[in-house]
Write a new protein. Structure first.
Length: 432
């Protein structure tokens, strides 16, 4: 006859199996291991002795402990740590670049009394600006290619050769249309400054360029209190140009002394920079036509370029996030499309606010802003010819048609560029 079943008493905490505690302590290591030897190596590195193995854990040797831990703990492989976002950038640096893009416009306000009247003179100044923008846009692309391939030394060599040529081309355009005179002298200063500014921006010296602009900014601010006079204005403008040239020359000399491959980047043909130059010509033309209708709006557009650049980085970050979270091509395309519309909407909202405060219709500025931002986005992904072609067509249509149709032309160009961006950037391969 069976006696009463003995009651199993729960062991006190001090009597709990030490092996369970070991398995719990090494749960992450054991769960991620693909072989017991990995666990054995960890135990050995932790200083587990033979006396502890036999006395505390009651096992024969280290490998028996490792094998039992491997069998007891289920496999659970942790997800890899997300890679750092390569497109994260400081918004303050972009704001600084926006200020550097917008503040040179104060030179026109400061030097308004020096600019002669007459259609030919104004045409010479405009032609000089367009030539400089087109040349420097192409030069900047070529220099960035050399910078990525051969470092600062290779980029400095390209800038040293190309920047003076661009300035000469712009001055020649002013002389051709305006002839010698005050307007051509102003255009020459503008051309030299733009060449030096291109050098400093490509080499990442935005703060130096801001320092060079100090005399012009101070002179423009003084207009609120008194008229500094023509001699003072000339001195301030010359100080800005001379400062920019000196700082650019110093940075080129420094960069030429850094290690690098001077001939790197020659594998990229010069023709690859042509669409970027054509885009600079078209964007400059659209901007000048907008300035003739609403000068303050163009100031807002220039100052917004820093935020526009930051939003380009944000779109690239959102594209990488879409790659991580999408399981189908269609899903990725939708996510990339939403990111495109979100970034564009944020930028247009920034442009619209000052116009609404002034009580002016923001439509023309929004259309131009959408064209420029989507074109720059496509260029950031290495797609150069489609935005250049669309912008050139828009510039031609705006120039040949009446002023009333310019917003419509820009709006159509913006829609075309958004559709191109959605089609091209909606492919996962574009973001790798």
């Amino acid at each position: 006859m069976l006696g009463p079943r003995p009651v199993r008493r729960r062991r006190p905490s001090w009597a709990e199996d030490p092996f369970d505690e070991l398995a719990e302590r090494l749960a992450d290591v054991c769960g991620a291991a693909v072989h017991p030897d990995e666990i054995a190596a960890v135990l050995e590195s932790d200083g587990l002795t033979q006396e502890q193995i036999t006395g505390r854990y009651g096992r024969r040797d280290l490998f028996e402990v490792a094998e039992e831990l491997y069998e007891r703990v289920p496999r659970r492989f942790p997800d890899p740590e997300p890679a750092p976002d390569p497109w994260r950038t400081s918004p303050w640096r972009c704001v600084l670049r926006g200020a550097v893009f917008g503040l040179p416009g104060l030179a026109y306000l400061l030097g308004a009394g020096l600019l002669a009247d007459g259609t030919g003179a104004i045409a010479g100044l405009a032609a000089s600006a367009l030539a400089a923008w087109a040349w420097n846009q192409g030069l900047a692309h070529r220099s960035y290619v050399r910078l990525a391939a051969g470092g600062r030394r290779a980029a400095a060599r390209t800038l040293r050769a190309g920047a003076p040529v661009g300035a000469l081309v712009a001055v020649a355009a002013a002389l051709l249309l305006s002839g010698p005179g005050t307007m051509t002298a102003f255009a020459a200063g503008q051309a030299v400054y733009l060449a030096a500014g291109t050098v400093l921006l490509v080499l990442g010296r935005e703060r130096d360029l801001l320092v060079a602009l100090t005399p012009t900014v101070a002179g423009a601010a003084s207009l609120l209190l008194w008229d500094p006079g023509q001699l003072a204005v000339i001195g301030l403008l010359l100080a800005t140009v001379a400062g920019a040239v000196a700082l650019a020359a110093r940075e080129i000399v420094r960069s030429l002394r850094t290690p690098g491959t001077a001939a790197a980047g020659n594998g990229t043909p010069v023709a690859a920079s042509v669409p970027y130059g054509l885009f600079g010509l078209a964007a400059g033309s659209l901007t000048l036509m907008a300035a003739s209708a609403d000068g303050p709006a163009v100031v807002v557009l220039s100052l917004s370029m820093g935020v526009a650049e930051w939003l380009l980085y944000r779109y690239r970050s959102l594209g990488l996030a879409a790659l991580r979270h999408s399981t189908t091509p269609r899903g990725f395309q939708l996510r990339a499309g939403r990111a495109l519309l979100l970034c564009l909407a944020v930028y247009l909202a920034l442009l619209a606010a000052p116009a609404l405060i002034r009580g002016v219709s923001p439509g023309p500025l929004l259309a131009l802003g959408a064209v420029l931002w989507t074109a720059l986005l496509l260029q950031a992904f290495g797609t150069a010819w489609p935005p250049a072609a669309v912008c050139l067509a828009a510039a031609a249509g705006a120039a040949l048609g009446p002023a009333a149709v310019r917003p419509v032309v820009c709006g159509c160009a913006a829609v075309a560029l958004v559709l191109i961006s959605y089609a091209l950037l909606g492919r996962a391969t574009a973001h790798r």
